[in-house]
Structure formats: C-alpha cells, structure tokens
Design a binder for this molecule. Structure first.
Ligand SMILES: Nc1ncnc2c1ncn2[C@@H]1O[C@H](COP(=O)(O)OP(=O)(O)OP(=O)(O)O)[C@@H](O)[C@H]1O
Ligand SMILES: [Mg+2]
Length: 323
C-alpha cells in the first residue's frame, strides 16, 4: 500500500475562452500528498488552485494527466473515489431550496450513511458551527458566513479520507475561523488528510505539514515551511517603518544597487537585499532623501510571505487581503 492518499501526475487543464483565446489554467503539475498530512496549496489569484481541486474532486475533467486517490484512478470507479473525498468548494454550491439540516442529511444519504449516524452527525456539526437555531431555515436565507459554515459541515458528514478546503476561511469571522481549525485538527488526528488553499499566510505556516506554491498553472516549490524558507536567502531583509509610506518608494528602492526586490507588507517597506547582513548606512542615506521620516529600521528573517513574493514575483496575498 502506498503512503500517498493522492498522486497527481502531469495534470493539465486548458480552457477555451473564445474562438482564438485558449489558456492553460494548470500546466503539467505533479505532486503527492501523504496519508495523514495537512497539505497547503498556495498561489496568487488565478494560479490554478481551484481548477486543480475541481479536477481532483471529479468536478472538472482534466485535459491530460493522471490522478490517483489512494492508489486508484477514479476513472475506474468514480463512486468509490467520491466516497473518499470531501470538498468545500470556493463558491457556494449548497442546495438553496433545502433547509440547512436537509442539506446535511441528503448529502449523508447520498453516501449511504444510515439515518441514525446521519442525524447524530448533523446535530453535532450544526451545534459546532452555530447553526442549530437556523437548521430548519432555507439556505437561501443564510448570510455568506453561515453558508460557508454549512458547506464545511456538509463536507465532513460522510467522514472522508481526504478533505479539500478551497479558501475555507473566506467570510468566516475570527471565532468561527478558530472553530474551523479546531475541527480540522480533530479530523486530522482521527486520520483525515487535509488539503487546503488559503490566502492567509499565517494559516499554512502554522498548520501545514507541507506546502506547495503554484503560480500560472505551474508548481514553483513544495516542502515543509522550513524547507521553503531555506530556498531564499535569510538575514537579507531590511524592514523599514516610515511615518508615511508611498508606493513610489518601492519603485525607487528597486533601483538601488544593493536591493534585489522591494515590497510593502503590513505597512512596512521591505527591502530584499542582494547580500546577507547588508550595510544599513547606504539605505539610511537613501531614506533621508525621501519625503517622510524614519521611525524604525531592522533586519528581519524570511517568512512564508517572503518565499511567496520571491517565487511568484507578486505582492503578499495576506497583504492584499488587508488593503
Ligand atoms: N470555467 C472556466 N472557464 C475559463 N477559464 C477558467 C475557468 N475556470 C478558471 N478559469 C481560468 O483558469 C485560471 C485559473 O483559475 P482558478 O480559479 O483555478 O485560480 P485560483 O488559483 O483558484 O485563483 P483564486 O485565488 O482567485 O481563487 C484563471 O486564469 C481563470 O480565469
Ligand atoms: Mg480559487
């Protein structure tokens, strides 16, 4: 038996946008997910994360490539593969014409779960996700966050071997975010593999055993958080706090000879220096020429955000989220 719950080989998805325009949303990616892992799938908007999940979870057909769930291609036995998979899609795919409870029960029935177990699980998850009071209301009357909570509850009703969560915290307030992670960690402890995409960098860094970074349909890196951080130089980031920060400073900084790249993150100007342990004096000279005053300057170590910027050339996702 393989240690991998999921094997993806040379997976590709092309979309025909119009007669002339075709795009490769996923461009020949290969990776494995081990049984029992929490696996993070990170990438900027449009990277191909949701498309990849849709193909793995049998909702979209791949243009080419191979997907093995627990060593088996689901083309041989789609029903059995679906039984092993749970998915919280990025979009709201609840049945709006059913009540919250009916959404859960019908889902469990589809997977052949007996009434008693289905009702017990529905009670438990409705309670956990704060929906007991609203369980007999139609889903079309739900707020975005309530619908999201119900989608999560529904995905785990049939106790899947691998659970795909496509940006599951979107729309959740901090307290339900905590409930989600508590529930995911409990499921993972009981043996469920978790496959997660998220826009919040702190989450994968804290939770994931391994992380893949994808951009423009291609796999850029895969490994533990520590392994990914080792891909970029350390002790080469100068973090600058200014009384007033402007986007033009980033462009200016990039033209300085010692600076490899620059970005604004959480209100700080970050300079990715070419050398480790860089010389602060030259940077201080430059800051003096700016139309602002210096509040703090320090050397910082790399975070997953920095790896992301380095590999995709795009600004931090968590930073975009806060703008
Ligand atoms: N049904 C579709 N038809 C045409 N193009 C599509 C379709 N679905 C996705 N795409 C395109 O495929 C690319 C990847 O999209 P995808 O939704 O997989 O990205 P993502 O990484 O999930 O992004 P986000 O972070 O915004 O959710 C994008 O360029 C998108 O426009
Ligand atoms: Mg997506």
């Amino acid at each position: 038996m393989s240690n991998n719950i999921l094997e993806v080989k040379n997976l590709t998805k092309k979309f025909q946008l119009s007669k002339e325009r075709k795009i490769k949303a996923v461009n020949g990616i290969s990776f494995e997910v081990k049984k029992g892992e929490i696996f993070g799938f990170l990438g900027p908007n449009g990277a191909g994360k949701s498309t990849t999940i849709s193909m793995i979870t049998t909702q979209k057909e791949a243009t080419s490539g191979e997907i093995l769930i627990d060593g088996q291609s689901f083309l041989d036995n789609p029903a059995q593969a679906r039984r092993k998979i749970g998915v919280v899609a990025q979009h709201n795919n609840l049945d709006r014409g059913l009540t919250a409870r009916e959404n859960l029960i019908y889902h469990a029935k589809y997977f052949g779960i007996d009434d008693e177990t289905a009702n017990k699980r529905a009670d438990e998850y409705l309670e956990k996700f704060g929906l007991t009071e609203r369980q007999h209301d139609y889903v079309r009357s739900f707020s975005g966050g309530m619908a999201q909570r119900l989608k999560i509850a529904r995905a785990i009703m049939h106790n899947p071997d691998i659970l795909f969560l496509d940006e599951p915290t979107t729309g959740l307030d901090p307290s339900y975010r905590a409930v989600l992670w508590e529930q995911m960690l409990a499921l993972n402890k009981a043996g469920t593999t978790i496959f997660l995409t998220t826009h919040y960098m702190e989450e994968p860094e804290k939770l994931c055993d391994r992380i893949a970074i994808i951009d423009q349909g291609e796999m850029k890196a895969i490994g533990t958080g520590e392994e990914l951080k080792a891909l970029i130089p350390t002790n080469n980031i100068i973090s600058i706090k200014l009384s007033d920060i402007k986007n033009e400073f980033v462009e200016q900084a990039k033209t300085l000879p010692e600076v490899e790249n620059a970005a604004i993150q959480n209100g700080l100007l970050l300079l990715y220096m070419k050398q480790e342990h860089p010389d602060f004096n030259q940077i201080l000279e430059w800051v003096k020429t700016l139309d602002t005053s210096l509040q703090n300057i320090s050397l910082s170590t790399s975070t997953l955000d920095d790896v992301f910027i380095h590999l995709t050339g795009k600004g931090s996702i968590s930073n975009d989220e806060k703008k």
